[in-house]
Design a protein around this ligand. Structure first.
Ligand code: NAD
Length: 320
């Protein structure tokens, strides 16, 4: 984190849309940081969000919230990129990637002009491609570029499993790894409650161990964004809480295990791509990546997911 005397953590948010502003709201309620600066190409929108957030301060925690330009990133510990070109969701992943890559090319050098010590936290989709792009464009060490990744997908799976098994989702340990998107992979072989694998836990809680049912839950996770977007156009509450959780792990130096998108080198044969796997997060960003003992099917699915993201990175010439 950026060293500052006597001042608490500062977060800069680039993109004051649904995700950026809901994340700011969530940060405000949690009281995790001392300063939030919000930057958007549409300054009026950022001003409106900041006014509304500030009016809630008498009910929440002291935090300075302001509209900024890139100079506002100067002493930020964490810079969150939630900017988006606003393209129709029907576009292909590659087309979406091309549009938002243009934004990353504009935004990242403006941040690094003022701050070379922050942690980038990326939420813009396609997430794993944008995380890799930010890593390349910033030239930052790989521990300081984090994608929100499958933090959200993992939360969705834990929630659905918790409902099914009638147990608090915080006690369900099950991960989604790989792409934040269609090729993501559920790690069923390691899923457990109280250290007991699902196959053995189901009889304990008197629920049938039904693989078809579990795969149905995974499909719900995979399609959650489409289902929410079909009903109300956007997803922003859960992802904002996920971002807040990542920020919490950083500013409190927690060494928490979270499934974030990180740069991988020889992870089950996958290299030079950003994808989600469990990682230990603390004030340095990604302290350590945890290599899961995947089974053969999971390894194959993970490698396929990597190949898809690799292909898009390649089309954007990110490897040149
Ligand atoms: P939005 O359209 O509401 O907001 C995007 C904002 O970015 C707008 O306010 C726009 O003015 C701003 N912007 C565009 N270009 C900019 C630039 N060059 N500089 C600064 N700001 C710029 O979108 P949203 O619903 O808030 O979603 C934001 C991103 O988060 C999208 O890419 C979305 O797909 C992604 N998302 C990711 C997850 C995840 O789990 N990773 C979940 C939900 C949404």
């Amino acid at each position: 984190m950026v060293e500052k005397d006597g001042v608490g953590p500062k977060v800069a948010i680039i993109g004051a849309g649904f995700v950026g502003s809901t994340f700011a709201y969530s940060l405000l309620i949690r009281g995790l940081v001392s300063q939030i600066v919000i930057i958007d190409i549409n300054r009026e929108r950022a001003e409106g969000e900041v006014m509304d957030l500030n009016h809630g301060l008498p009910f929440a925690h002291p935090v300075k919230i302001g509209v900024g330009d890139y100079a506002g990133c100067k002493d930020a510990d964490i810079v969150v990129i939630a900017a988006d070109k606003g393209q129709p969701i029907e576009k292909s992943r590659l087309e979406l990637a091309e549009g938002n890559f243009e934004i990353m090319k504009q935004v990242v050098p403006k941040v690094t002009d003022y701050n070379k010590d922050c942690i980038f936290l990326v939420v813009t989709n396609p997430l794993d491609v944008m995380t890799y792009a930010v890593l390349k464009l910033s030239g930052f060490p790989k521990n300081r570029v984090i994608g929100s990744g499958t933090v959200l997908d993992t939360a969705r799976l834990r929630y659905l499993l918790g409902e099914h098994l009638k147990v608090d989702p915080r006690n369900v340990h099950a991960y989604i790894i790989g792409e934040h998107g269609d090729s993501e992979v559920p790690v069923w072989s390691l899923a457990n409650v109280a250290g007991i694998r699902l196959k053995d836990y189901c009889p304990i809680c008197k629920v049938p161990y039904d693989l078809d049912h579990f795969n149905g839950l995974f499909l719900k996770v995979k399609n959650a964004a489409y289902e929410i977007i079909r009903r109300r156009g956007r997803t922003y509450y859960a992802v904002s809480l996920g971002l807040t959780r990542i920020v919490e792990a950083i500013v409190r130096d927690e060494n928490s295990v979270l499934t974030v998108s990180c740069f991988l080198h020889n992870y089950h044969g996958v290299s030079d791509v950003c994808l989600s796997v469990p990682a230990v997060i603390n004030r340095s960003g990604i302290r350590e990546i945890i290599e899961l003992p995947l089974d053969d099917r999971e390894t194959e699915a993970f490698q396929k997911s990597a190949a898809i993201i690799n292909g898009i990175n390649n089309s954007l010439r990110l490897y040149n």
